[in-house]
Design a protein around this ligand. Structure first.
Ligand SMILES: [Zn+2]
Ligand SMILES: [Zn+2]
Length: 204
């Protein structure tokens, strides 16, 4: 009969367990939530007045971001907690057009429709202008919102200096929102917790 020394069995067993432990540890450390969640800043000015978005309908309840998140276009890009200059993006390829549609606005290259009216470029010599990250662009609706974008939408008769001033009023805190645990994040969009990591590591 083949005799296997006890010591060898023990060493093999320990190596095996150490291997499993290593594997679990690597999975634990490497785990990243693949939920998308980032932020951008913006403002809309009409005839020199900043849109306040002071109605609760412009904001998503955290509770509304639930299991059916992917089927609800509103869950993809929106505002929270009456903070009217931060866009929360919860999915890939969300455009500025999507975001404004979620607010009930229509955004084209020459037209902006809000809850207050229809603002068309060229009417009464007024112009619709977009400044994205310090650069004037002619079209914004189909642009994917990028993390830490700063967007000004301006309608009216505005000088370059006024546009710049309005652009500068936009609080740039998207980076801060990206870093901190966002209390208004939809479920599952926050950084993974210890329990999340542990479950993932064990393959649960
Ligand atoms: Zn957020
Ligand atoms: Zn959200």
């Amino acid at each position: 009969m083949l005799h296997i020394p006890k010591k060898l069995v023990l060493v093999a067993l320990i190596s095996f367990l150490a291997g499993i432990l290593w594997f679990v540890m690597v999975r634990f450390v490497m785990y990243k939530s693949n939920d998308v969640h980032y932020h951008a800043n913006f403002a809309v000015y009409i005839d020199g007045q900043r849109e306040a978005f002071d109605n609760f309908t412009f904001y998503e309840e955290v509770a509304s971001c639930g299991a059916d998140e992917l089927n609800n276009p509103k869950a993809r890009g929106h505002m929270h907690d009456s903070i009217n200059h931060v866009v929360h993006v919860h999915d890939n390829a969300v455009t500025w057009g999507h975001f404004f549609a979620n607010l009930g606005y229509t955004l084209g290259n020459d037209i902006l429709k809000t809850d207050k009216g229809r603002f068309v470029s060229g009417e009464d010599a007024k112009e619709l202008k977009f400044i994205l990250n310090d650069t004037e662009v002619s079209s914004i609706a189909n642009q994917t919102i990028r993390s830490e974008d700063v967007l000004l939408i301006d309608y009216g008769i505005s000088t370059g200096e006024e546009l710049k001033q309005r652009y500068d009023t936009i609080t740039r805190d998207a980076a801060e929102y990206n870093r901190r645990a966002d209390p208004s994040a939809c479920t599952g969009s926050q950084a993974p917790t210890f329990a999340d990591r542990f479950e993932h590591a064990l393959g649960l």
